[in-house]
Design a protein around this ligand. Sequence first.
Ligand SMILES: Cc1cc2nc3c(=O)[nH]c(=O)nc-3n(C[C@H](O)[C@H](O)[C@H](O)COP(=O)(O)OP(=O)(O)OC[C@H]3O[C@@H](n4cnc5c(N)ncnc54)[C@H](O)[C@@H]3O)c2cc1C
Length: 148
Amino acid sequence: MASEYDVIVIGGGPAGYPAAIRAAQNGLKSACIDEWKNRDGSNAFGGTCLNAGCIPSKALLESSELYHRAHTEFASHGIRIEHATMDVARMQTRKGTIVKQLTGGIAALVETIGEHQRGRPVGRVRPKRRDESRLVVHGRIGPVRAHS
Ligand SMILES: Cc1cc2nc3c(=O)[nH]c(=O)nc-3n(C[C@H](O)[C@H](O)[C@H](O)COP(=O)(O)OP(=O)(O)OC[C@H]3O[C@@H](n4cnc5c(N)ncnc54)[C@H](O)[C@@H]3O)c2cc1C
């Protein structure tokens, strides 16, 4: 049995999830569908930016900048650190925590759309046929149809 929507946004990155939320705020029945899978198999909204791009790269950049400054600047401030070393695993853990916090926030926002308060619409979207308005979602929510 297909679910029917006024708007189906494919992709829950910085472009997609605000569009789906805005459509819902304007009274349309909307869904946001995303196929993103983390290495542990979990799904996440946020797209490239939150999961692999802007946010993780800036989290790691901040760690490496602090390491660099500890070596090159701290002494001139009168801060002496003997043997400052880099714990890459710890940096990765911190980065992972930040990403999880932010993608969790977006998941909560997307759930405010209403229809999917108990289950996030995740899955890969493929058009069933070029001339059809029906989309097939290989994921948890089954076939969905947009009003044409
Ligand atoms: C390393 C790196 C660093 C970056 N740093 C910055 C930065 O500092 N500042 C900045 O402004 N930008 C940065 N960017 C660019 C930024 O990540 C992108 O501009 C932004 O993510 C684009 O958003 P989007 O929503 O258009 O696409 P995306 O974020 O790529 O989201 C697209 C989503 O669609 C989903 N999707 C695609 N096809 C399907 C399908 N058939 N079915 C279901 N889901 C599907 C994908 O899973 C994905 O989640 C960086 C990018 C990288 C790689």
